[in-house]
Ligand binder design. Structure first.
Ligand SMILES: Cc1cc2nc3c(=O)[nH]c(=O)nc-3n(C[C@H](O)[C@H](O)[C@H](O)COP(=O)(O)OP(=O)(O)OC[C@H]3O[C@@H](n4cnc5c(N)ncnc54)[C@H](O)[C@@H]3O)c2cc1C
Length: 442
């Protein structure tokens, strides 16, 4: 417990973090490491699931290393296999000074509990079954001064009990809907791209230990759902979206598909049906079938390009999906949530070490500047990319002419997974760095 909170009861803290996903747990772990008293409030009870592809690129691995999380025994991969336009291209993760050259796949039911327990091991106080229903505000200053909570049982039902928690700084890391940010009037921006994705698991001994994660840029399915997809004379149609198959290493694969709202088909397709129809076209040896499906097909939204702002105001910081930090190039959000947690914790620790209100406020406001400096230009480029790939004909041309060119695709992988070497590096690293630097964060 810090000096500032010595003698306080259990319902007060230096910082309250709402939501123990990757963003919240990382924030809480770093804050505790900085010596602060942190309350991490989570609605669910662990282990809990989160709809996700479970993919951790080298960028996410780097953040896990920063955090000090032991990933021994997790399913590792060497790169990405891309399919489209009749081509298959296998690309290794780039070797750079800035990032490891391997990725991981870890089921979210396991990853998120590991991260939450890690935060506890660093000193954070995790309270599960705490559904944060809204902020408490200081009437005098208008600042957020705490949160109101409805207590939830392990069965997910409200017990009827309520509590309040107080802290001078609150972090909203409560996911894409961010009830807390919304309650304070921080609505999502309509001028930012939004994705939707669905996923399920299949038992697939043939693919569960693949060295590469796989993605399909085109989804061809038989026009007649009863027809045999493996026969050359079966007439096929192109469905909108892109798909993935990520090997979990535990006998299963995570299979899903996503689409971005710049696509004309967005919102009008039955994504779950598209996934089932497309999955049926995979080779029989992979055992991807309704009989081997081990979880219902479920979907969720992917908020991109800082779609909720400001990232800091009035004592409340937004971290991860709550601040719309998913990468529009590839739909990844875990690494950006982990990064945001690291940066937020540093700014909060600097703020709480200051005596004057103006100094504290300046340090907290620095969080938004730091996140925009790191990702603003990249996200602006991503918005342009999202606009382009929304046109099916652009996508078709890109797949047909881009995919066969390995050097070009290597560069694209570096851009899309945001794996350019941050300092120095090869010519392509320096071009990517310059491009994201000169592109304004808007
Ligand atoms: C289908 C799909 C596939 C994806 N695949 C990938 C992938 O392969 N790799 C990748 O990097 N990203 C992927 N993403 C994105 C990724 O899931 C998110 O970006 C990431 O989970 C964001 O982390 P977070 O901590 O901000 O939020 P979350 O993981 O959503 O965590 C929010 C937490 O807050 C809790 N919470 C919510 N409301 C309250 C409340 N009122 N009170 C208390 N607690 C609350 C929730 O229970 C949850 O624990 C995918 C997303 C989808 C939908």
């Amino acid at each position: 417990m810090s000096a500032a909170t010595a003698g306080r009861g259990e319902d007060t803290a230096d910082v309250i973090v709402v939501g123990a996903g990757p963003g919240g747990s990382a924030t809480a772990a770093y804050l505790a490491q900085h010596g602060l008293d942190v309350l991490l409030l989570e609605k669910a009870t662990f282990p809990r699931d989160k709809i996700c592809g479970d993919g951790l690129t080298p960028r996410a691995v780097k953040e896990l290393v920063n955090l000090g999380v032991d990933t021994t025994g997790w399913a590792r991969n060497k790169g990405l296999r891309i399919e489209g336009g009749g081509h298959t291209l296998t690309l290794d993760w780039p070797r750079t000074a800035s990032f490891p050259d391997y990725g991981l796949v870890r089921r979210r039911a396991e990853l998120d509990e590991t991260l939450a327990r890690h935060a506890v091991s660093r000193g954070a106080r995790l309270l599960e079954g705490m559904n944060v229903t809204g902020p408490l505000r200081d009437d005098r200053t208008g600042r957020v001064a705490g949160v109101q909570v409805k207590i939830v049982g392990a069965d997910g039902r409200a017990t009827g009990e309520r509590r309040t928690f107080l802290a001078p700084v609150v972090v909203a890391s409560d996911g894409v809907s961010s009830r807390l940010a919304t309650a304070l009037g921080r609505q999502k921006r309509e001028d930012r791209p939004m994705g939707v994705a669905v996923r399920t698991y299949y038992t697939s001994p043939a693919r569960t230990r693949d060295d590469y994660i796989a993605s399909w840029l085109e989804l061809w399915v038989p026009e007649d759902p009863q027809a045999d997809p493996t026969r050359a004379d079966t007439k096929k149609i192109l469905l909108p979206g892109y798909a993935w198959l990520f090997p979990t290493g535990d006998g299963s694969v995570n299979v899903g598909l996503g689409m971005i709202d710049t696509s004309p088909a967005f919102g009008s397709v039955d994504y779950k049906d598209v996934l089932r129809r497309w999955a049926a076209t995979l080779p029989p040896g992979w055992t991807i079938s309704p009989e081997t499906m081990t979880a219902p097909v479920r979907g969720a939204a992917l908020p991109m390009c800082f779609n909720r702002e400001p990232l800091y105001a009035d004592g409340l910081l937004l971290v991860g999906d709550a601040g719309g930090m998913v990468n529009p190039f590839n739909g990844e959000g875990i690494d950006y949530a982990l990064q945001a947690g690291r940066v937020a914790a540093e700014c909060i620790a600097q703020a709480l070490a200051r005596d004057d209100a103006a100094g504290r406020e300046a340090a907290l406001a620095d969080y938004e500047r730091a996140m925009k400096a790191s990702l603003g230009g990249y996200f602006t480029l991503g918005r342009q990319f999202a606009g382009l790939i929304g046109h099916p004909e652009v996508m078709r041309l890109a797949v047909r002419y881009g995919l066969p060119r390995k050097t070009l695709m290597r560069l694209l992988l570096k851009i899309m997974a945001n794996l350019g070497q941050t300092r120095g590096g090869r010519l392509d690293d320096r071009v990517i760095a310059a491009l994201t630097r000169v592109t304004p964060s808007a």
